[in-house]
Design a protein around this ligand. Structure first.
Ligand SMILES: Nc1ncnc2c1ncn2[C@@H]1O[C@H](COP(=O)(O)OP(=O)(O)O)[C@@H](O)[C@H]1O
Ligand SMILES: [Mg+2]
Length: 273
């Protein structure tokens, strides 16, 4: 059984105008189906407004789709009992793009990371302190950072704290919605290294949402392209992506080739002229 299965999801945001949501042209997600296997990363790329964040919210249980199903370990997340829902909320975490708005500015790093533990695990004070120290160390920070507030961290450091909070309960799947997109190139690459390492060590799965193809290649085992609410193609390798003849992919490829000329050395590109 796949860890996550999305089946024929359709979604439209309700318009204030009566019945307007029935209009297909407003559809934000159209007939979306895919699966994520345990321990793998599915990258999801697409231009701004394609519906990536909406799909992330549908999976997280935040935006209930009008049609279709989201199955997590076989359970329909929108039609299950309270206890299973609570278990799913624990196993399914998220890291958003904006590290600052994801945290309470009045909480120390220690409290931010402790919050999920307090909600789900009955640890003694000493056990909880040990766990928070361990988590900070896992994301490349240290006990020196325990008492600091969000404004005392850089964007990259604060994203590490968000990651520590996300992994605190040993989840199965983390939705990464543009989680590295607002970081500079060097920090971005360090956070991608950390995410890859955590994936291996904890057997984590990711839905890695990004508009950055280079970042998507770095972390993903499989890559899907979402365009205007439709999943148009999946690729298991960079070569497959570069061999695609789909007009949307051809356009994306031109834009990355302009931005990252070294991709021109990819053999398939030479073959295609
Ligand atoms: N809460 C909302 N209410 C109404 N429309 C929304 C809402 N959120 C997103 N949209 C619209 O849905 C479309 C897809 O948005 P989004 O999922 O954020 O795309 P992406 O993350 O790929 O940039 C856009 O046209 C956006 O304007
Ligand atoms: Mg988005």
């Amino acid at each position: 059984m796949s860890l996550l299965q999305v089946k024929q999801v359709n979604h439209t945001y309700h318009s204030k105008k009566l019945f307007k949501w029935k209009d297909q042209s407003n559809m934000v997600l159209h007939d979306i189906s895919f699966a994520i296997e345990e321990g793998t990363c599915l990258g999801l790329i697409g231009t701004s407004g394609a519906g990536k964040s909406t799909l992330g919210k549908v999976i997280l249980g935040i935006e209930r789709p009008q049609q279709g199903q989201v199955l997590f370990q076989g359970n329909d997340i929108y039609h299950t009992d309270k206890a299973t829902q609570r278990k799913i909320r624990r196993d399914l975490q998220v890291v958003f793009q904006d590290s600052y708005s994801a945290v309470n500015p009045r909480m120390t790093a220690e409290r931010i990371i402790s919050e999920p533990l307090e909600n789900y695990e009955k640890l003694t004070i000493a056990e909880q302190k040990r766990k928070v120290s361990y988590l900070l160390e896992r994301v490349g920070l240290s006990d020196k950072d325990l008492k600091k507030y969000p404004h005392q961290f850089s964007g990259g450091q604060l994203q590490r704290i968000n990651i520590a909070r996300a992994i605190a309960l040993k989840p199965k799947l983390i939705v990464l919605d543009e989680s590295v997109s607002s970081l500079d190139m060097v920090t971005q690459s360090l956070i991608l290294d950390l995410l890859r390492e955590l994936k291996e060590d904890f057997g984590l799965s990711y839905l890695f949402i990004t508009h950055d193809i280079k970042a998507a290649f770095t972390l993903s085992d499989t890559l899907g392209v979402l365009e205007k609410g439709e999943l148009i193609e999946f690729y298991d390798s960079k070569d497959q992506f570069f061999s695609s003849r789909h007009p949307v992919v051809l356009q994306m490829r031109e834009s990355i080739l302009a931005e990252h000329p070294r991709f021109r050395s990819v053999p398939t590109r030479v073959k295609m002229g």
